[in-house]
Design a protein around this ligand. Structure first.
Ligand code: SF4
Length: 366
């Protein structure tokens, strides 16, 4: 796997098996190398909410990572996280299913809130980082791709806020978040990134409005990861300050256009398994869906959220059709390749939220 590669597997049911498949394809085994290396796994357990609410990393994904590593002979594994300020990491480990993983494999759970830390010069800003995270030989970052009310997007770069002590998290907020998040990643380890993009929240990191994107994605470059994630949830990289700063600092590339995308399967036919939230129902009042795949519908939901943020959802004046039920049918405004016989449609299977947003701003927002 190269820094320029993006691996994607679609699905929302057997997440552990999906994880095992994507890890085999990326050949992370050879990236790690020596079996004696200490491996850290950093999920997102910002709060004590089950992953289906859209805020935390699905335990099935971390279970799959640990099983894969064990099967390949890597036994020195630690799972580490510190919930947000005021949150209880121990409770999050329990509620989110991580205590079960620890017991099953005999791996350690580390609450970074209780860990010692050391100050590092991160490109001119001194930042305290927990020793447990700096002492691993290989770090697997397992963020949730979701919207964020202050930074627009949260994924790999921001997930590393969980490896700093609480007092440093508070200081980050006084510094406006963007700059310290980017600078932290000059030192934080991002050796491999496996993104839980199964059902992240549409606009809040604490969850409650999950939108089923139904995919797991692998990256080596955290900046490319977050840049690609931006497009999936309706943002342009240039909208997100901390990604631009990370690019300037040389942490990685935002060049999504020239990335090598490897889709291991198709999004077609994957249906939602979580009932839609009240917010999703409000955003979808102009949507005519007939057998829409969850990945496609999620892109449209993220685009509708961005329209709601910018103009108010009531400014969408046209009916928008989406789904396999429109294949070969005619109509006015369609989303996805299934609606290619419509007067106007967005191509892609599934299309990105950013492309849908640009299209709807032109064709449906009045
Ligand atoms: S374009 Fe059609 S087949 Fe493709 S993801 Fe959308 S609804 Fe599914």
């Amino acid at each position: 796997m190269d820094k320029n590669d993006i691996y994607i597997i679609y699905g929302n049911k057997d997440l552990k098996n999906m994880t095992l498949q994507i890890l085999e394809k990326t050949n992370i085994e050879s990236l790690i190398g020596d079996r004696n290396k200490k491996i850290g796994i950093k999920p997102n357990l910002i709060n004590s909410m089950k992953a289906s609410f859209g805020s935390t990393t699905h335990p099935e994904i971390v279970d799959g990572i640990v099983q894969y590593l064990f099967e390949k002979g890597f036994k020195n594994i630690e799972i580490m996280e510190g919930s947000w300020v005021g949150g209880n990491t121990k409770e999050a480990f329990k509620v989110c299913g991580y205590e079960d993983i620890a017991q099953k494999y005999g791996v350690e759970l580390i609450d970074t809130k209780k860990e010692k830390y050391t100050s590092y010069n991160c490109g001119g800003i001194d930042i305290n980082i927990c020793d447990c995270a700096m002492n691993v030989d290989f770090m697997i970052n397992v963020p949730v791709l979701k919207g964020h009310c202050q930074t627009e997007v949260t994924c790999a770069l921001k997930n590393n806020k969980g490896i700093i002590p609480d007092k440093e998290k508070r200081r980050f907020h006084t510094m406006g978040l963007h700059k310290p998040i980017a600078h932290l990643n000059l030192k934080a380890k991002n050796d491999f990134i496996l993104v839980d993009a199964v059902c992240g929240d549409v606009d809040f990191e604490e969850g409650g409005n999950p939108v089923e994107m139904s995919r797991i994605m692998a990256f080596l470059d955290p900046v490319l990861c977050d840049s690609y994630g931006c497009g999936l949830i309706g943002y342009d990289v240039e909208d997100v300050e901390y990604i631009k700063i990370a690019r300037r600092l040389g942490i990685g590339s935002t060049d999504v256009e020239n990335a090598n995308i490897h889709e291991l399967n198709s999004a077609e036919g994957i249906k939602n398994v979580i009932p839609s939230s009240r917010k999703a129902q409000r955003l979808s009042k102009n949507i005519n869906q007939h057998d829409a795949c969850s990945a496609c519908f999620a892109s449209l939901m993220y685009a509708m959220q961005r329209i709601d943020d910018k103009y108010g959802i009531n400014h969408v004046k046209e009916e928008i059709s989406i789904g396999q039920g429109f294949k070969g049918k005619t109509g006015k405004i369609g989303i996805g390749r299934c609606t290619k016989c419509f007067e106007k449609y967005v191509d892609g299977c599934p299309p990105k939220a950013k492309d849908i947003l640009e299209f709807l701003e032109k064709e449906a927002v009045k």
